[in-house]
Design a protein around this ligand. Structure first.
Ligand code: GLN
Length: 483
């Protein structure tokens, strides 16, 4: 039987429905692949072998019996970032504090994937509580970049991107608070989409900074992420920040003469080979009759500080629930020691999480609230206003996804500020709530470069049209890592 692991979602559903191969055959190949290479990549925290095989057999049975209710993602293998709840399957957030936590319910996005007949393969590695940009802050050790295993895979959804790039699952879910879907997708040369705030339910996503984050898909192709979005997006009564009218997305680019603004500050701030690549993307769009020009954004200078102030403030509040009363461990079987219920437990957070809780509490404290948190919120409003006027002139904005190429383990981890700085290109979309996608745009020294495309709120379709056109025009750069 041919190797099926490289197929994208559309090819998988077609192959299974046409009887070219069974869901069970396909899932068995994926399980073998995980067994063979995950020791090198470390993308998975938990593999649900039995659950996956059982679901595959169920789909095969439905097809054999000629049943009509076959879901649109029938047989497609999915990995789930380990901060998204899965009923009966451990959800650890790569943290010691939740190492044995088994949720009694599915996140809405997971439930909808299951209802679409996707096959959940297991849970994927991340920076602890999704705080980080390299997956080095995971209690389970870092995820390795499939293009060069001495390099970081990006983060915090490192497992979600690396597993797709390494063909250990067809698609995955990540979460993006300040770039965590797009950063690793760019570093691993796959497609990653951060949806408009409110288009995908956050019910069952373990909160880090809830006013900024969204669950979103990672796949090998734009068509992959479109199929996942159509399954997971839409109103959910369990998350009142979800929007009423979330459109369905299509794969037929119809829009002509898309107006493109290239964000100068972000392109100029990137490593030279990355800037070059983004300028070539603009030339390519121009040659396809898009109307392109360079544009400027003043609020970029302050966006990163605003992001980290708000993200840490929200984190300090969201992480207050890990107090060993609501979540935690059985510490003292022999006797009641009340002080263990708080202080000892919270020392189980990793360094980076502790740092954020402390800074977050500080910027929210009575004496400093106005100086930091309030100011950060004002910058957020300014940024939104600036984007609003930019989207009157342009349909999409383009920029690098990351200002630098993937780097070696240990390069940034000693200096948290250096680590924060690499999020400069991604946080704009989270602060403003707009959608953004990263698509593979090229390689330098055999390391991937991603092109970021942003659009106005709920204008995913235009963004996806541009991404699809770019993807088909750059077919020649699509390749798979040697593993
Ligand atoms: N790197 C950013 C941070 O550490 C983004 C993380 C994320 O999007 N979850 O906050």
């Amino acid at each position: 039987m041919a190797n099926l692991c490289h197929l994208d979602s559309r090819q998988i559903t077609l192959g299974i429905k046409n009887g070219d191969f069974s869901a069970e055959e396909y899932v068995s190949q994926i399980l073998e692949r995980i067994e063979k290479i995950d020791g090198k990549i470390n993308a998975f925290i938990t593999v649900d072998k039995e659950g996956a095989l059982e679901k595959a057999r169920l789909i095969d049975r439905k097809i054999r019996n000629g049943e009509q209710n076959i879901g649109p993602l029938a047989g497609v293998t999915v990995g789930i970032k380990d901060n998204i709840c899965t009923s009966g399957l451990k959800t650890t957030c790569a943290s010691k504090i939740l190492e044995d936590y088994v949720p009694p319910y599915d996140a809405t996005a997971v439930r909808r994937l299951k209802e679409s007949d996707a096959i959940i393969m297991g849970k994927l590695n991340l920076d602890e509580f999704a705080m980080g940009s390299t997956t080095e802050y995971s209690k389970n050790g870092p995820t390795h970049n499939p293009w060069n295993i001495d390099y970081v895979a990006g983060g915090s959804s490192g497992g979600s991107a690396a597993s797709v790039a390494a063909l250990e699952c067809a698609i995955s879910l990540g979460s993006d608070t300040g770039g965590s879907i797009r950063c690793p997708a760019s570093f691993c040369s796959v497609v990653g989409l951060k949806p408009t705030y409110g288009s995908v339910s956050r019910y069952g996503l373990v909160s880090y900074a809830n006013s900024l984050e969204q669950i979103g898909p990672i796949g090998k192709t734009v068509s992959d992420v479109v199929m996942v979005m159509n399954a997971i997006a839409g109103k959910d009564n369990r998350d009142h920040t979800t929007l009423e009218l979330v459109p369905k997305y299509t794969l037929n680019p119809t829009k002509k003469n898309i107006r493109v603004g290239l964000v100068k500050e972000l392109v100029e701030g990137a490593e030279p080979e990355i800037s070059k690549c983004i300028y070539s993307a603009m030339d390519l769009f121009s040659s396809l009759d898009f109307k392109c020009e360079e544009t400027s954004m003043n609020s970029i200078e302050y966006s990163l500080s605003s992001y980290y102030t708000i993200a840490m403030a929200e984190a300090s509040s969201n992480l207050a629930r890990y107090d060993n009363i609501r979540y935690g461990f059985d510490l003292s079987p022999d006797g009641y020691e009340w002080n263990m219920y708080f202080s000892k437990v919270r020392s189980n957070f990793g360094q980076e999480v502790k740092r954020r809780i402390i800074i977050g509490s500080y910027v929210l404290s009575a004496g400093y609230y106005g100086k930091y948190y309030l100011k950060a919120q004002k910058v957020r409003s300014l940024l939104k206003r600036e984007l609003k006027s930019l989207f009157e002139k342009y349909d999409i904005l383009i920029a690098p996804t990351m200002p630098l190429l993937p780097f070696k383990f240990g390069d940034k981890i000693e200096d948290p500020l250096k680590m924060y700085l690499i999020d400069i290109d991604t946080v704009i979309a989270n602060l403003s709530g707009i959608p953004a996608i990263t698509v593979p745009a090229g390689f330098s020294n055999d390391l991937p470069i991603g092109l970021q495309i942003m659009a106005n709120e709920l204008q995913e379709q235009t963004m996806l049209d541009a991404a699809l056109i770019f993807e088909s025009a750059t077919n020649n750069i699509q390749r798979s890592p040697d593993l």
